[in-house]
Ligand binder design. Structure first.
Ligand SMILES: [Zn+2]
Ligand SMILES: [Zn+2]
Length: 291
């Protein structure tokens, strides 16, 4: 059996290329992951396959359910498998053909770690690495959903998880002179305003229990919000205007030293997914298999 021999893409958007180059200069030690993220962003940019898969959110979903809850994403599965295999091959972590690409994508969209671990076991590969890779393979699909469904987001959203894909935020963004606080998703890039200061992981609002860590290099634009009740942490970033979705993903990778600093002080991000999406990936029948 022959796999379509398409190459991994790089982003063509100049602003995005600049951001990647900056990240590469600042974090040469993250090159392995950065190269993979760059490929995922390139794939996302060339994304007709992914845009065609954006579902219509279920109208009867519960009020607190994200847009993708129980949605069916109908994909050109041949192209999707080829993409997953290209990325896994580049990562050289798993024998690409031993992992079911569509099952991996579905598990990644749903943040179903037990299922990803089972796929890793079946392929004889390390589960932790496959969890991270799985998230990267799902980025083009999730970013396409993020772009296409913004207008359908609820006007007000008080939950701590992404109103579109159900993930925990990766950063709290403080924008403009008034420092308007917005939580940002590190998967689909969606932003949602949470005006009140509260812990996103356990809803603690007591100011005595909430604090900050500030970077040692005295960087004014960044801090780490911490909660003494659940020991959770969230990176914080001041921006002039809200960052593009892709910039949020790159920034998250670029600021790994902040994660390390938080972890060293005993803070962590929850292992459990914020919301069980229960989305499905179905095969688009009659979809052309162009690479
Ligand atoms: Zn999201
Ligand atoms: Zn908390």
């Amino acid at each position: 059996m022959l796999w379509p021999h398409a190459r991994l893409r790089r982003p063509r958007n100049v602003a995005l290329q600049t951001l990647v180059a900056d990240a590469r200069r600042e974090r040469p030690e993250s090159e392995a992951w950065l190269g993979l993220l760059e490929s995922a962003l390139g794939e996302s940019e060339a994304g007709a396959v992914w845009e065609a898969a954006v579902p219509q959110p279920a109208v009867d979903r519960p009020v607190k359910a994200p847009l993708l809850f129980r949605a069916t994403l109908t994909l050109d599965t041949r192209a999707a498998r080829a993409w997953v295999h290209r990325l896994l091959k580049r990562a050289a972590r798993a024998k690409p053909r031993s992992v079911d690409g569509v099952a991996l994508l579905e598990a990644a969209v749903c943040q179903d770690y037990a299922r990803i671990d089972a796929l890793a076991a079946a392929a004889g590969t390390e589960p932790q690495a496959l969890r991270v890779l799985a998230q990267l393979t799902a980025l083009p699909l999730l970013l396409a959903c993020g772009r296409a469904l913004t207008r359908q987001l609820p006007v007000t959203w008080w939950e701590s998880y992404c109103p579109l894909c159900g993930a925990w935020p990766v950063v709290a963004e403080y924008t403009g002179l008034e420092r308007k606080r917005q939580l940002r998703c590190g998967r689909c890039g969606t932003g949602w305003a949470i005006p009140m200061l509260r812990c996103v992981f356990c809803d603690e609002t007591d100011h005595e229990k909430l604090g900050y860590l500030t970077p040692e290099d005295g960087e004014q634009m960044r801090k780490i919000e911490v909660c003494h009740t659940c020991k959770g942490y969230l990176k914080g970033l001041a921006t002039v205007r809200p960052l593009a979705a892709e910039a949020i993903l790159l920034d998250d990778l670029k600021t790994v030293p902040l994660d390390v600093a938080a972890l060293e002080r005993g803070y962590r991000r929850p292992e459990r997914p914020a919301y069980q999406l229960e989305s499905r990936i179905a095969e688009r029948l009659g979809g052309g298999g162009g690479a």
